[in-house]
Design a protein around this ligand. Structure first.
Ligand SMILES: Cc1cc2nc3c(=O)[nH]c(=O)nc-3n(C[C@H](O)[C@H](O)[C@H](O)COP(=O)(O)O)c2cc1C
Length: 209
């Protein structure tokens, strides 16, 4: 029976951290860090060489919030606009430990699959696979209430590109490295990220210091 108090203590610590094994609550995003917007534009560039050092949780929290976080909680609106406010985009984080969904409402990472799937995101450009994280930008075209298939794919591409540019400018502003990319093993990633038929990986950004 000695194990009972131990188990209770573990459970309490998980509850008080607001976490369990598969959900990582992220720290509040900084609203003040980074260079000013014109300096960020001046620095924006797609790099080819990535560092291997892990990013810390605050850097990841800031990056995800800048990419597609909720910046107007009263309306549930995002840092990235979407056609007709469809909010068709979900951002997934892939690192050496696993693949995670960024739950913008909870500002938390939800584990989807354990394992190192970075090479599936790097695809034909394996030199990028050593980047500590990739953000994979996924559109769910089923969320569009209007338009034919071709229009939906166009809007999905536009919405994804805006999220990617948020990442590009955030990285330029805080001195991180990134590159917007379309190459990736799309079919493999659909399985790894456990996507529905209507969800499509559109772009990805490796990010490092
Ligand atoms: C929509 C889009 C898709 C891209 N896909 C890739 C890619 O799959 N692989 C890659 O190495 N670079 C990719 N790039 C990066 C471009 O090659 C890069 O932006 C271009 O060479 C201009 O360089 P700059 O971003 O430094 O101005 C992509 C850029 C955009 C905008």
């Amino acid at each position: 029976m000695k194990t009972l108090p131990f188990l209770v203590a573990v459970l309490l610590s998980l509850v008080s951290n607001g976490q369990n094994d598969s959900i990582t609550k992220l720290p509040e995003p900084s609203r003040v860090k980074g260079k000013n917007i014109m300096e960020s534009f001046a620095n924006r560039a797609s790099v080819r060489e990535f560092d291997t050092q892990e990013l810390d949780l605050q850097e990841i929290a800031d990056l995800l919030w800048a990419a597609n976080g909720i910046n107007r909680p009263a309306e549930g609106k995002r840092t990235a606009p979407t056609a007709m406010n469809t909010q068709d985009i979900d951002v997934y984080l892939v690192n050496s430990k696993g693949a995670f969904l960024y739950d913008a409402k909870a500002h938390a990472l939800v584990l989807i699959n354990s394992g190192d799937y970075r090479s599936a995101v790097a695809g034909s450009q394996q030199n990028f696979a050593k980047a500590p994280i990739f953000l994979v930008i996924v559109s769910d075209v089923a969320r569009f209430q209007r338009g034919d298939e071709s229009q939906k794919m166009t809007w999905a591409a536009m919405d994804a590109a805006i999220v990617s540019q948020n990442i590009n400018l955030f990285c330029a502003g805080v001195g991180l490295k990134t590159r917007p990319r379309v190459w990736m093993e799309t079919e493999k990633l659909k399985e790894i990220l456990k996507l529905r038929e209507t969800q499509r990986p559109m772009m990805n950004n490796p990010v490092s210091r």
